[in-house]
Write a protein that binds this ligand. Structure first.
Ligand code: ADP
Ligand code: MG
Length: 241
């Protein structure tokens, strides 16, 4: 579904990603862990070309993301749902309007069609009753679920999550993870950067450990958490506990 081959990224003279290879199969949830500054966000951002890869290739469903330009790139980006730490909702628009907007503007859906889909997705994340609220009236966890609904409304082939719960108060984290778990159970293909190790153990098919811009180790949650092979991963995990 998503294939990253020999991805390299430099900012000026600084190389932040080196020879990243990652394959995500349809319906798989790949979890990415690693210390701050290890290149996790940069890797996700390269996937929809928010960052331009220095070299390497990225394919989505067999199509080269890295060779798309202009309109084709816009279209490709719609197939890659992104959810960030901050929610980036329009503060003066209602929740419903937030979930409709890109559908109308980018997918050219009619307003009734976009509205129906928005309502369906809000229902999905448990927020149908907040459709006419503005983001400021919602908790952080609810806002993040709106952001997830907005991404899902565009019918992405893969969803990329960059620390979706890091900005949330601890008591709100669970509601967002629950929505993500449900998506996984429904067969969505997902790449999740997060520090929620319990969630990784429960929900991940595979865990990838990055450090210093390289994939140091990857394996099942049992392998990564139960039997870490590299010294770097062992050190990282021991700092968490
Ligand atoms: P992570 O998400 O794992 O914390 P990042 O991908 O954000 O790591 O960052 C990896 C490295 O790339 C860091 O050293 C960071 O300072 C650097 N970096 C990220 N974005 C930029 C940028 N736009 N310009 C220069 N350096 C950057
Ligand atoms: Mg990051």
């Amino acid at each position: 579904m998503l294939e990253i081959n020999q991805l390299e990224k430099c900012f000026g003279d600084t190389q932040v990603l080196t020879s990243i290879d990652l394959r995500v199969k349809p319906g798989e949830l790949v979890f990415v862990i690693g210390p701050s500054g290890s290149g996790k966000s940069t890797m996700l951002r390269c996937c929809n070309r928010l960052e331009e890869p220095t070299s390497g290739s990225i394919l989505l469903d067999g199509e080269h993301v890295t060779e798309c330009h202009g309109r084709a790139l816009d279209k490709m980006r719609l197939k890659i749902g992104m959810v960030f730490q901050g929610f980036h909702l329009y503060p003066h628009k209602t929740v419903l309007a937030n979930v409709m907007l890109a559908q109308v503007k980018a997918l050219k859906r009619s307003k009734p069609e976009a509205e129906a889909r928005a309502k369906e997705m809000l229902e999905h994340v448990g927020l149908a009753h907040k459709a006419s609220a503005t983001p400021g009236e919602l908790s952080g966890g609810q806002q993040q679920r709106v952001a997830i609904a907005r991404a899902l409304a565009l019918d992405p082939k893969v969803m990329l999550f960059d620390e979706p719960t890091s900005a949330l108060d601890p008591e709100l984290v669970g509601s967002v993870l629950k929505v993500m778990k449900r998506l996984r159970d429904e067969g969505m293909t997902m790449v999740v950067v997060s520090h929620e190790m319990e969630f990784a153990r429960e929900a991940a098919d595979r865990v990838v450990f990055m450090d210093g811009g390289v994939v140091v180790e990857s394996g099942t949650p049992d392998e990564i958490f139960g039997n870490p092979k590299s010294e770097r991963l062992r050190a990282f995990l021991s700092r968490l506990s």
